[in-house]
Design a protein around this ligand. Structure first.
Ligand SMILES: *Cc1c(COP(=O)(O)O)cnc(C)c1O
Length: 363
């Protein structure tokens, strides 16, 4: 049975990457050692982390005045680290678009000396859309505006960025980094846990504009961007193996045609599923059409028993991890960069079959 993994994260990785890792597992480039066994201070490993950074800079077209960090602690640690470094004694603005934005807001509120203002929210409609943001809503004295470019659970995404004047945008890009056409120079800080679209868990990417680095040390060196920059992400032992896999993924992505090609493919994959949902007499999308995500696609029947049945049958047919997040129910197809288009086509066929069997075949 062919298995398609729709997991929201940790998520599917490109098969050629896993095969290369397998080939190199016991003997990395003639060293007779695994990458896992290399000292992070060795020249072999130094090449891996440097290449990873160079490749990421190339595929994301990261300008020279941005630093790239390979950290740990997940996107969740960045919820605290960003305000701690950029906003003590200042105000920060948030757009509340769903479960992840809420967590980021809660964490910022816990940082002493940071004032938090939520300037827009879509909570009134169960986070089914991206609220409108006008330039007048942006206090020009704020340290930054935080957005979640893609809400992994709710399935909505920013297509256009708000106009913020001189206030930098800080983005949690965990679930759509490298899969869209965002431009790094439109952001002050981008952060992302690797396990959605980049590599194994345990690695967090942070991209930060040079002028936003904290002037003053923060209380813990591990939480201090400047310390991490000065030590080239090696203040302590980094997530060496996760960084190695990320490097292979960046290589794979570059060889496929880069981020623009990923974006094209992701739009195509998403369209196949959305077209099915729109034409379906049974399945519906719970989010507004204008803001729907191309990487995380929730869908429902409107009948929770039928949703449950679908999930059970889908799981048995090889469509794994398609159950919606426990907070929203229904189904969710996470179709990140590494997810093959054939898997989306197979899912659509399966949905059609399910409609027929449940007496809703014709529209
Ligand atoms: C998964 C996810 C997170 C949490 O990431 P961790 O690496 O587990 O901390 C935060 N934000 C978004 C948008 C996510 O998708």
């Amino acid at each position: 049975m062919t298995v398609y993994n729709f997991s929201a994260g940790p998520a599917i990785l490109p098969k050629p990457v896993l095969e290369q890792a397998q080939n190199e597992l016991l003997n990395y480039r003639g060293s007779e050692m695994s990458v896992m066994e290399l000292s992070h201070r060795s020249s072999l490993y130094d090449n891996i982390i440097k290449e990873a950074e160079a490749l990421l800079r190339e595929v994301m077209e990261i300008p020279d005045n941005y630093h790239v960090l390979f950290l740990q602690g997940g996107a969740s640690l960045q919820f605290s680290m960003v305000p701690l470094n950029l906003a003590v004694g200042k105000k920060v603005l948030f757009v509340n678009t769903g479960a992840w934005a809420k967590k980021a807001i809660a964490a910022a509120k816990n940082v002493a000396g940071v004032e938090v203002e939520v300037i827009a929210s879509s909570e009134d409609k169960n986070f089914s859309y991206i609220p409108e943001i006008n330039p007048e809503m942006i206090d020009q004295d704020a340290a930054y505006l935080h957005i979640t470019t893609n809400e992994t659970i709710g399935g909505i995404a920013f297509k256009e960025l708000p106009t913020t004047g001189k206030v930098p945008i800080v983005a949690d890009m965990s679930s759509n980094i490298l899969s869209n056409d965002y431009k790094v120079e439109d952001f002050g800080v981008i952060y992302a846990g690797a396990q959605k679209n980049i590599g194994p868990a345990g690695l967090t990417i942070v991209i930060i504009r040079d002028d936003l680095l904290n002037a003053e040390p923060v209380f813990a060196p591990m939480l201090d961007y400047r310390v991490q920059v000065e030590n080239e992400s090696m203040y302590n032992t980094p997530a060496t193996y996760s960084i190695y896999i990320a490097k292979l993924v960046f290589e794979w992505l570059k060889n496929l045609g880069g981020q623009a090609e990923m974006y094209r493919l992701n739009q195509l994959k998403a369209k196949i599923l959305y077209d099915k949902i729109e034409a379906s007499p049974l399945f519906k999308s719970p989010v507004s059409k204008e803001n729907r995500s191309i990487t995380n696609i929730p869908f429902i029947t409107g009948d929770s028993d039928l949703d449950k049945l679908f999930c059970i049958q889908a799981e048995a047919a090889g469509f794994k991890n398609i159950k919606g997040h426990r907070s929203v129910g229904g189904m969710r197809a996470s179709i990140y960069n590494a997810f093959p288009i054939e898997g989306v086509e197979a899912l659509v066929d399966f949905m059609t079959q399910f409609e027929l069997e449940n007496g809703n075949g014709a529209k």
